[in-house]
Design a protein around this ligand. Structure first.
Ligand SMILES: Cc1cc2nc3c(=O)[nH]c(=O)nc-3n(C[C@H](O)[C@H](O)[C@H](O)COP(=O)(O)O)c2cc1C
Length: 262
């Protein structure tokens, strides 16, 4: 109910003084009761014709995706062919720096990794040290899959930058202009700009808690034909911000191997 402050007390009509005859209700009062009977029928206001629906403002064109760059210019997607999984070790044994891509529930991430080792080639097993402070650790542990991608020296700056920021607050595919390519066997994306990509499933999780060591089985291998024919110019980390770049390849000591050791 309305409060005391808002409404004025009804004007008290002075009690009719005895001497004066009751004043007749004023003619206005009469007029009021006469007009009360028929309140004016208000015609609905002529409706303004409905305004034509506004065309949604044209979305600004999506900014061109940053392209992966190298000192020699843009690094584009690399065409790859299938690599038998037992041959994957030929790319990883030299210990190149790799980029590990992962995805879980729609989120993707990439991390730089130097600590990995070949543990077998049939099945094709790779052991990877993934620090539990990395965002990738959680994504890979939950999805149980990842892709190990081999970049060349053309992507050196991007490789270092990826390893110095976190997917917790950065979309690294977007930021570094890298192209995610769907995997054939796993849900994690390949990096199109790398010369080789190996689709992996977690084969053994028993060493993760103790050593942050993930044992993956490579279930599908892809590589650029040029990287199969000749060793790609990969990066090898020596620590303290220093890298070695793969260079000369030689087979001059091959005859010293026992055949079963090749
Ligand atoms: C050259 C280089 C090598 C690296 N090697 C590894 C490694 O073997 N294992 C690892 O857990 N982190 C390694 N890192 C660190 C991760 O790449 C880094 O912590 C990254 O920011 C993790 O990203 P995330 O949080 O998005 O997973 C390396 C970084 C660089 C630059």
């Amino acid at each position: 109910m309305p409060s005391a402050r808002t409404t004025k007390p009804a004007a008290r009509t002075r009690p009719a003084s005895k001497s004066k005859p009751a004043t007749k209700t004023k003619p206005a009062a009469k007029a009021k009761s006469a007009t009360k009977a028929k309140p004016a029928v208000r015609k609905p206001a002529a409706r303004e014709p409905a305004a034509a629906p506004k065309r949604p403002a044209a979305k600004p064109a999506a900014p061109a995706r940053a392209a992966a760059r190298s000192p020699h210019g843009r690094v584009g997607p690399v065409r790859k062919v299938d690599v038998p999984v037992e041959d994957v070790r030929r790319f990883l044994e030299p210990g190149p720096i790799v980029l590990v891509s992962s995805s879980f529930e729609g989120e993707t991430d990439i991390m730089t990794m130097g600590w990995h080792m070949v543990m077998g080639f049939e099945p094709s097993l790779v052991g990877c040290y993934i620090w539990n402070a990395n965002h990738s650790h959680a994504l890979i542990r939950r999805s149980r899959v990842c892709v190990i991608n081999v970049p060349t020296v053309d992507l050196a700056e991007t490789v270092v930058d990826i390893g110095n920021c976190s997917g917790r607050d950065t979309d690294k595919f977007e930021k570094f202009g890298l192209t995610p390519q769907p995997g054939v066997m796993v849900s994690a994306p390949l990096i199109a700009e790398c010369v080789a990509s190996f689709e992996c499933r977690l084969a053994d999780a028993s060493l993760i808690d103790r050593y942050n060591l993930f044992v993956f089985e490579v279930v599908k291998g892809h590589a650029a034909p040029s990287a199969i024919k000749a060793s790609p110019r990969t990066l090898h980390y020596r620590g303290d911000g220093e890298f070695m770049i793969a260079g000369e390849t030689t087979r001059q000591w091959r005859r010293r191997f026992r055949p079963e050791m090749l």
